[in-house]
Structure formats: structure tokens, C-alpha cells
Design a protein. Structure first.
Length: 510
């Protein structure tokens, strides 16, 4: 039996008729689970109904009563706690759906032999592609040269890509600017000792911005293969390697030779389902292209506008479907990641953006850039409705969304908290810049590094700004931190007799 409810009054009648089904709030504990009976409460807080989650589509929730009846009602008729429960449950399902799959386990689980891919950081923006570390972790909030340092490993050459971590291996992109060689290096996660280094290109380095590098992309790993994208010889190149560093295949993804602004390249490769996706955008034309992860065959290709931009594409399950999201070229755009076909777009941001888009519910958020400043929220249901916008910009940084609020840090190091639904400013605080790295959320804290080697830790709390700690390692930090397995992996540089990069593992002694 199915019961459809459209009004609060009808919901209250149903609850009243349920009799013995009402009781105290059930304490299931732990992460939200769909198959656990829980007590649902209406928006007034007066009535309760024990049922299990069934589905959520187009704003309507389906729950199953203990007598087997299916109840369908608008999510907005339920309490805020229930709305948060559904949001978190859907986030978990989205993360599981977007994880690379191979037979009954994800490829990351199979390739690394780990109990859970959430213990890893397999690609740009982490396991859920949104800058949020896996739940249940307790990474340190304070450290220094002699405090909470597990190991510190020197890195060859230069790069701004974040560490990618799968199993006991860490993968990073790096570039030797003197020899014009781009490489992928592998370190031991346990000790930081080098495992191997594979050189992938020689020569053809373009002129780039002084703050950029020839290895600013974060590599992606599906547990069996590593994917790295580089700009050289007037094109974007995509490489696939095995976990021992052997090159499996190499593709020229598309031409790329910007002259209007010679700033370089920054977009990281994206793993989705059975493909790896890479993009490139400049004044003579842009593209998004997907290749089969195993063999390197081109699966689909979609053109982008003739305008330079730097953002990495991302796939999110938003407004009921998987969407490939990308900002830049004065647009916020969505594509079908299965075939590259456009789903919707709307005017927004500015010419060039660097940050990766974020999302919550049916809203997506983008910011940029150059030459204008704008942050906006767009309804991702295909309408292209701009829900709110303001005049702030996160040019190089991506943002975070957590529990109905957007957290953003500008280039100058000013942190903002906006209410996701309407853009209301909750607070702002000056941390200190300049900032190129993106924030990471772990255990309720936001970790943010600036270019001078400082990392700020502050609470993700809309009620007010609360600084937890201010830490320093080295005197340069452009890369976004990686947080997994209760540890922080931070790519820094020190300037003494010369510049030397390090990867530092930060954690409590176990």
C-alpha cells in the first residue's frame, strides 16, 4: 500500500492514526543507515512515526512503516534533524555510486587491498570529490617542526599537486624545470621513502605564471592505474601508469597553447565509472574528453568555448542525477558524464576560474575569478535558476559545503561562511594570505594553508568563527592538504641555500 501526502495536515492525520507506532526517538547511533527503523518527526515537533527510509526523488521522501505501508511526503514537512539525516544518507550513497567499480568491490579497494577506500585519498578533492575527509577521523589540529611529525621526505623538483594516497603508496606529479621533465613519483605511505619515479615527458615546456608550476595537477588513482595530465609541446597529454610506475598508455587529449594569458595549466584528471576525464580550455578552443581507463580508447568528446580557464571538472549526484560540473568562460555548466552531452548552463562567475565546483541538495556553487569577482548558487534541476550571488571571489581556491553552509576563503585569506540556501553571510574573518590552496574539512574542522607555509585550523560552525590553531611548516605551501587515516599529508617548500620541496606526514604517535 502506498500513501501520498501533500499537506502537513494530512501527515498529522496519518500520524494520529498510527497509534502504537509512535514513541521516543530511536537511538541507532553511528552513520545514517537506510535499513534501520528510526523515528521521523514532523516539522512542528508534535508527532512521530517509526519507519525505514525507502527513497528520495524530486523533493519527496518515501518511508516504509512497520506495517509495510509506504508513505510519500515532501521532505520539507519533516524536522530539520530528519532533513539532515536524509542529506547525509544521500551523500553516502552518492559517494558509493561515484567510486570507481570493478566487480563486487571498488577498484581502489581491489588495487590497494584495503578494507575501505575511505582510508585513502584517491584523487583531487578526496574520496567524495568535495574536499571533505572520510568521517570518524581525528587528525591533529596542531603541529610544528618538533611536534606531531611522523616523517618528512624530500621531493624532487617542483609541483603544486596534492598527494594522492591509495593503500601504502603516495603518488605525486612533479616537474624538473631545468631539464624540462615531467614525472610521477611514488613514496611509501608508512615511511615516506621513495618507491619509484617515472619520467613521462621531455622538453616542450611553455611559459607559465610565476606562481604556477608544470605539475600543478593532482594525479588520480583507481586502485590499479594512476592517471596524470601534463601540458607540454602545445597540447594536454594524459598518461596511465600501473602501480609500479610502468606507462600503460599515453594520449594527446587536445591542443592547448594559450598566448593571451600565458599562465599554464591546472585541471586534474577525473575518474568516473569506467572512464577518466580530462579538460583543457584556451582562446582557440576547449574540450572535455573521456577515455576508457583500461585501454585508453576515446569514449566521448565535447567542445568548450574559446576562452582560457583553469577549473577541474567534477562529477556529483545532484538534483537526482549524475552531473559533470564545470565553471569558467562566464558560465556555470553541467554535462552528462556518461556521454558528454550538455544538460544545462547559465551565465555566471567570470572569464577564468580555477576552483572546482561544490554542491549540496539541488544547489551547486561556483566562484571566480578573473577579471570579475563573483560567487553564486545555481539550482541544478535544469532550470539554470541563480538562487543567490555576491561579489566575493575564490579564484584559485575551491570552496566547501557542510550542513547547509558554504565556507570560502578568498585569495587574500579572508574566510566567509554563507548560508547555502539564500547566501546570507553568517560571519567573515581575516586569516592571512595570499592563499592558493583549497580548504579541507575533517572532524568538524577546516584546514587551510596559505602560500607562506601557515596552516589555519578553524571550526566549521555557522554560529561564529572559532580559530582552533595556527601552524607553520616551511615557508611555502601552494598544494591543498590531503587528510586520510587520521593523518595530514602536506606538500611544502623551504628556501635556504636553494628551494627544496618536502612531503610531510603529520599525525599523533600511535
Amino acid at each position: 500500500m502506498r500513501i501520498k501526502i501533500n499537506s502537513l495536515a494530512a501527515f498529522l492525520v496519518l500520524l494520529a492514526a498510527a497509534g502504537g507506532a509512535f514513541g521516543q526517538e530511536s537511538k541507532t547511533g553511528g552513520e545514517p543507515q537506510a535499513d534501520v527503523v528510526r523515528t521521523w518527526t514532523d516539522a512542528t515537533g508534535k508527532f512521530k512515526l517509526q519507519a525505514t527510509f525507502v527513497d528520495f526523488q524530486d523533493g519527496r521522501l518515501k518511508i516504509k512503516k512497520q506495517d509495510g505501508a509506504i508513505v510519500s511526503l515532501p521532505l520539507t514537512k519533516l524536522s530539520k534533524a530528519d532533513q539532515r539525516f536524509v542529506s547525509e544518507l544521500l551523500r553516502k550513497r552518492r559517494a558509493a555510486a561515484n567510486a570507481p567499480k570493478n566487480d563486487s568491490k571498488s577498484a581502489a579497494q581491489q588495487g590497494a587491498g584495503r578494507a575501505s577506500a575511505s582510508a585513502d585519498w584517491p584523487w583531487w578533492r578526496g574520496p567524495n570529490s568535495n574536499g571533505v575527509a572520510a568521517a570518524g577521523q581525528t587528525p591533529p589540529t596542531s603541529w610544528g617542526d618538533q611536534k606531531n611529525i611522523i616523517w618528512k621526505a624530500p621531493l624532487p623538483s617542483r609541483g603544486h599537486g596534492s598527494p594522492t594516497i591509495v593503500g601504502d603508496r603516495i603518488f605525486l606529479a612533479t616537474a624538473d624545470e631545468q631539464r624540462q621533465v615531467q614525472s610521477v613519483v611514488c613514496l611509501s605511505r608508512s615511511t615516506g621513502e621513495p618507491k619509484w619515479k617515472t619520467d613521462l615527458s621531455q622538453g616542450g615546456f611553455p611559459k607559465i605564471h610565476s606562481k604556477n608550476t608544470h605539475a600543478s595537477q593532482t594525479v588520480a588513482c583507481d586502485g590499479e592505474r594512476i592517471f596524470a595530465s601534463f601540458f607540454h609541446h602545445e597540447a594536454i597529454h594524459l598518461y596511465a601508469l600501473d602501480l609500479q610506475g610502468k606507462t600503460l598508455w599515453h594520449k594527446v587529449a587536445g591542443p592547448f597553447n594559450p598566448k593571451q594569458y600565458e599562465y599554464g595549466y591546472a585541471a586534474s584528471p577525473l575518474i568516473y565509472d569506467e572512464v577518466v576525464i580530462v579538460s583543457g580550455e584556451y582562446e582557440k578552443g576547449g574540450f572535455i574528453v573521456a577515455y576508457d581507463r583500461r585501454k585508453g580508447n576515446e569514449i566521448w568528446r565535447t567542445p568548450r568555448s574559446k576562452q582560457l580557464s583553469f577549473s577541474s571538472p567534477i562529477v556529483a549526484k545532484v538534483a537526482g542525477r549524475d552531473q559533470l560540473l564545470l565553471s569558467g568562460a562566464n558560465r556555470v555548466s553541467s554535462y552528462d558524464p556518461k556521454n558528454g552531452r550538455p544538460l544545462w548552463s547559465c551565465a555566471g562567475t567570470t572569464n577564468a576560474t580555477c576552483g572546482t565546483m561544490v554542491w549540496e541538495g539541488d544547489l551547486v556553487f561556483a566562484s571566480g575569478g578573473y577579471p570579475k569577482s563573483e560567487t553564486l548558487a545555481v539550482r541544478a534541476d535544469g532550470s539554470g535558476q541563480v538562487v543567490w550571488r555576491n561579489g566575493q571571489k575564490c579564484y584559485e581556491q575551491s570552496m566547501l559545503v557542510h550542513n547547509g553552509h558554504v565556507y570560502a576563503i578568498t585569495d587574500a585569506g579572508v574566510a566567509y561562511c554563507w548560508r547555502a540556501g539564500d547566501g546570507q553571510e553568517m560571519w567573515k574573518a581575516r586569516l592571512g594570505g595570499p592563499v592558493s590552496a583549497s580548504p579541507i574539512l575533517a572532524s568538524g574542522n577546516i584546514y587551510l594553508s596559505n602560500e607562506r607555509g601557515q596552516t589555519f585550523v578553524f571550526r566549521a560552525d555557522p554560529r561564529g568563527f572559532e580559530l582552533v590553531s595556527r601552524n607553520r611548516l616551511g615557508d611555502e605551501s601552494f598544494a591543498t592538504p590531503t587528510i586520510c587515516g587520521n593523518r595530514i599529508y602536506l606538500r611544502i617548500a623551504e628556501h635556504g641555500a636553494g628551494r627544496q620541496e618536502y612531503l610531510v606526514c603529520i599525525g599523533g604517535r600511535e
